[in-house]
Design a protein around this ligand. Sequence first.
Ligand code: G4P
Length: 317
Amino acid sequence: MPIHWFPGHMNSTRQAIKDRVKAGLDVVIELLDARLPGSSSNPLLASLTTGRPSLKVLNKQDLADPAQTEAWLAYYNAQPHTRAIPLDAGEKTPARALVKACRELAPGRGDMHKPLRVLICGIPNVGKSTLINTLVGKKAAKTGDEPGITKVEQKIVLENGFYLFDTPGMLWPRISIEQSGYHLAASGAIGRNAFDEAEVALELIATLKRRYADRLQQRFGLAELGEDDAVLEAIGVKRGAKIRGGAVQLHKAAEALLMDFRGGQLGRITLETPDEMAAWRRAAAEAEERKAAQREADKAAEKAKRSGRRQDSGGEA
Ligand code: G4P
């Protein structure tokens, strides 16, 4: 069953982004999870900040497959008014790379008269707080945090004439593609109660079998990989997730696999390629078009039925 997750209270974030655009915005930084650089991107951000250059930061690159990170960087760097850089929490001076890329995107700005105004956004768990803490903890000055006002935009001065704005609230992921839902759930970006762990684990197993089968075998000591559900059971057996009577608790097996994936114990893994993502987006758009056409056809049929009934009752009178 596809994952649906609508946590609501997105309106305040939407408004905060709109306010920043109105107040002045030169570059948008979107933090992405390098293990799922397509699924962790939120189209809402692009639609709210149209026309502004975009810096895609592929964060947690230490957990992602380096070859795939290269492919995703090339994909984003080929898009107009867009730059992409890899990053992870191990980087001691992240400001340097961020400032350089933003200056390239907005060459006319960045001094005291025309400061470079940059907005940073990202879906939950992508590492935004960690990055901001590193930025603030080092040489950056933090302002705008007025006592008693919690819903305030945070302004970080990265260097003279360079302002980084962090909006209050969360940019929740939008799940319009089934595979993206599974990848977001596997990465830990969406609430635990919104999905079935065993289902997400089975999807993860299918992906790992396609590209990282050896890692799966090594990590769990599996001599061979059978059907996906047999693999999940085997993981459960290896991790002692059996109950009395011998049955395997699949949710425990799923938890073990998801924990290992999130923590990088399976090695550096990327769940999706730019080509796959493009194909999923096309399929989702086509499905949406078919649904819209069906809705129109249903509406027309209903209208015809009603007008037929009116004619019938008019004839009887
Ligand atoms: P958020 O504000 O975007 O929601 O994310 P946050 O910074 O809270 O980071 C979410 C989790 O991701 C944290 O782990 C954090 O340590 C981890 N993380 C952030 N950046 C990186 C990175 O570049 N590489 C790796 N490997 N991990 C990163 P946690 O287990 O939830 O918390 P903690 O136990 O580390 O405190």
